[in-house]
Ligand binder design. Sequence first.
Ligand code: UD1
Ligand code: UDP
Length: 362
Amino acid sequence: MRKILTIIGARPQIIKAAAISRALRRDFSTQLAEDILHTGQHYDDNMSRIFFNELDIPQPHYNLGVGSGTHGSQSARMLEGIEQVLLEGSYSGVLVYGDTNSTLAGALAASKLCIPVFHVEAGLRSFNMAMPEEQNRLVADHLATRLYAPTQTAVTNLSHEGLTERTLLSGDIMLDNTLHYLPQALRNGFLQRNGLTDGQYILATLHRDFNTDNSIRLQAILHAIQEIMHVSGLPVVLPLHPRTANRLKELDLTLPDGVRQMPPVSYLEMLALEHGASLLLTDSGGVQKEAYFLQRPCVILRPETEWQEIVDEGAAILADADPSRILDAYHTLSNRPVCRQPLFGDGQAAQHIINDILKYIQ
Ligand code: UD1
Ligand code: UDP
């Protein structure tokens, strides 16, 4: 049977892999097998192992254990390790997700060995080349054999780069996941266990390097959070990414009183938190989308977004790290209902992707 190698490494990729693995086992078990390679980019239990257990993702066949480092050294260790696995195995294709250093290394290692590369979540652009993710996704898209675009905007971006022939509008596998796991997440009882009530808190996440590694921006965002708690009378719940936790420690910064800080939570817990929140504040790509899927308004703590359609729909506002823009966005969005339009496909993106992969591998 034909076999692909799925490459993951960072939290959102592990979650994304659940959608494809689930569809493979359910609908394609006689046609396509999968081995998983974990680069080890994320390694804390609550950034990695927790998702394999909760989302029933097959254990990785390989774990390179590369850990943290500078972009160059981390990517180089991944590249070397992935190449070794590809040379020793016999894979018909390599599947990569998103735009992390693990994506870059996977796409590069496979394409140098002339192994077809399948890129899920292709075509996103921030048009900000200072972002490591923009660099990674541009390279991965141009190396890929097939590009799975989650949105029409992504299709358009790829057409501007001459990549239309290789592109499929698949929809977004994270919508597949949200629809699949939401009922389970809502039965999980996480809000009750943590003394939280539906609609009675705001949820925040923060991890982008340009926010955490710039103390002025980081402090401005913390100040905005404090102001929002003051005007809304609601607590802000903040599951803290390890990058941000480390930076706060290094800078000796404390979170404003009233922030409900917690370690990174599981995916089901996160869906429950997002569903129960009255509003979200985030610089995460995945969380912006999940806010929209769950019809919750979202203030984006970035100057631009790859998910511009959510902003165009009026469901989210770009507020950067500017306290007055963040507060204005809060006031504008806090009583605005969000209607979800079918911008992210039909919730069956994994099936569309696997059917397409089968046409392009030997
Ligand atoms: C990475 C991705 C980013 C993605 C994010 C998802 C790149 C360039 N960036 O950013 O696109 O949005 O993952 O969460 O690939 N750390 C730990 N434990 C861990 C993982 C990280 O303590 O399990 C700490 C380390 O101090 C590390 C820092 O977090 O240096 C940053 O981790 P890294 O994977 O380099 O980047 P992220 O900010 O997580
Ligand atoms: N997420 C999670 N636990 C958390 C924070 C986020 O399970 O404590 C999930 C979230 O629901 C989404 C994904 O992680 O599916 C987003 O990952 P992240 O924000 O780390 O990265 P990005 O999407 O910005 O690349």
